[in-house]
Design a protein around this ligand. Structure first.
Ligand code: NAD
Length: 478
């Protein structure tokens, strides 16, 4: 006998829990299934984002930023102290407490919205039936008028650098080191490599990031990537470009364990010996075992579930959202897809605008962008104007001793419509939303320039950059 639901959601990560709660708000009977367990061995909702991604990494970034500032910023303010120390156990414990608060928060939201949670591994069968193998080894069968697949993603493992959870780790292991490694190597100068590399660098590790591509942060605007690289270099974060790792070997035992990393760069084959190795070379859709034979749902060559622009799989009543489908692997992209699908099921309009999804890298300085880069506009032959403004000329940023970076606004040369905003600097994770809003409302650089911004505030850098598009920035020579 199967239990009937209007909507069955597989996965309670950012995409899945948004879909489940929104569907319940719209009056549907909803079940949501998740297999994940927390560090305490108990079921933990919230997916990668809450358990081992966005939230814990931000907790650790904040702890390490405070520690770094003691040694690098406090002196400017005349603050001195003796012997700053970091207790890694306390720092990790704080992170774990935050994770527990938020994963528990999803369970409470499910209860409040009458979403039934099931804990175990779910597999879609033909005919919209979902089989759940629960943690106590019992099996339940759920039937959904609609099924939403939100299975998320897993770290990609390199065949020559298998995760052992101790010496060679992914993002999960790198959030739980018990002490600051003396030497840490990171494979991949992407989002995870830069964020977690920064955490351990600020706490005192010697960090070397090995990136296979010849360009640093090729996904970002080239000027932003260049400015960020300059700041990371000042911080002592070593980033080797064009460095392709081909082998690793773990030697020694217990605390004496080391990893010898072999890589090839322009000067030939090299080796690097470190205490810990973080592999951050991307993630892949976690679709293994999620689909039984004969469901009709298709996977592409990257293991992602094939969907149309409305996240529909082509099988009646079966949808897929978040990291397990095409598009950027960002929690907030999953949030929006979850909400859109729940609304489409309810017969409402539901849509995600991929052109205005913001990107943020939580390094110091932060990096953020929305829309097209200058390189993309050039390649597409779109005529554009650029206006930029530095944080070094902003009173608030200088008062905070945070003068690094700039904001750049890109607008169409003829219509003035904003096509992109690229930021590097303090708190740009918040400022980027001025670009998102402007673009979402099809606004122009002139619209942004005519909006009153509070003084003194960091947002004035966005305002001045918008004014600079038409060469009328007040606080710099145009
Ligand atoms: P990524 O795709 O951002 O970066 C991986 C990097 O590894 C790339 O630069 C790639 O060129 C490099 N690489 C691949 N193979 C290599 C090799 N053999 N040797 C050296 N370099 C190699 O992937 P990630 O950093 O692992 O992050 C995974 C996903 O998680 C991304 O999609 C990211 O958007 C998401 N994420 C987002 C945030 C955020 O929004 N702040 C934070 C963490 C993760």
């Amino acid at each position: 006998m199967s239990e009937n639901y209007d909507v069955v959601v597989i996965g309670a990560g950012p995409a899945g829990y948004h879909a489940a709660i929104r569907a319940a708000q719209l009056g549907m009977k909803v079940a949501c299934i998740d297999a994940a367990l927390g560090k305490d061995g108990k079921p933990a909702l919230g997916g990668t984002c809450l358990r081992v991604g966005c939230i814990p990494s931000k907790a650790m970034l904040d702890s390490s930023r405070q520690f770094w500032n003691m040694g690098h910023l406090f002196g400017d303010h005349g603050i001195s102290f003796k012997d700053a120390k970091i207790d890694v156990e306390t720092m990790v414990g704080r992170k774990d407490k935050i994770v527990k608060q938020f994963t528990g928060g999803i369970a409470m939201l499910f209860k409040a919205n009458k979403v039934t949670a099931y804990y175990g591994f779910a597999q879609l069968q033909p005919g919209n039936v979902v089989k759940v193998k629960q943690h106590d080894d019992t099996e339940v069968e759920l039937k959904g008028t609609n099924v939403i697949l939100a299975a998320g993603s897993d770290s990609i493992e390199l065949p020559f650098a298998k995760f052992d959870g101790q010496t060679i780790v992914d993002n999960v292991g790198a959030l739980d080191f018990t002490e600051v490694p003396k030497r840490l190597a990171v494979i991949g100068a992407g989002v995870i490599g830069l964020e977690l590399g920064s955490v351990w660098k600020r706490l005192g590790a010697e960090v070397t990031i090995l990136e296979a591509l010849p360009d640093f942060l090729a996904v970002a605007d080239a000027e932003v990537a260049k400015a960020a690289a300059k700041e990371f270099k000042k911080q002592g974060l070593e980033i080797k470009l064009g460095a392709k790792v081909s082998a690793t070997e773990v030697t020694g035992k217990g605390k004496k364990q080391e990893v010898v990393v072999t890589y090839t760069d322009a000067s030939g084959e090299q080796t690097l010996t470190v205490d810990k190795l973080l592999v951050a070379v991307g993630r892949r859709a976690a679709t293994k075992g999620v689909l039984a034979e004969g469901t009709g749902v298709q996977l592409n060559e990257r293991g992602q579930i094939v969907v149309d622009e409305h996240c529909h799989t082509g099988v009646d009543g079966v949808w897929a959202i978040g990291d397990c489908v095409r598009g950027p692997m960002l929690a907030h992209k999953g949030f929006e897809e979850g909400i859109a699908v729940a609304e489409l099921i309810a017969g409402l309009p539901g849509h995600v605008n991929f052109d205005t999804i913001p990107w943020v890298i939580y390094t110091e300085p932060e990096i953020a962008w929305v829309g097209k880069t200058e390189q993309q506009l050039k390649a597409e032959g779109v005529p554009y104007k650029a206006g930029s403004f530095p944080f070094a000329a902003n009173g608030r940023a200088v008062a905070m001793s945070e003068p690094a970076g700039f904001v750049k606004v890109l607008a169409h040369a003829e219509t003035d419509r904003v096509l992109g905003m690229h930021l590097v600097g303090v708190n740009v994770s918040e400022l980027v939303h001025e670009g998102v809003l402007t673009m979402e409302f099809s606004g122009s650089a002139d619209d942004l320039a005519r909006i009153c911004h509070a003084h003194p505030s960091l947002s004035e850098v966005v305002h001045d950059a918008a004014m600079a598009v038409s060469k009328r920035a007040i606080h710099k020579a145009n």
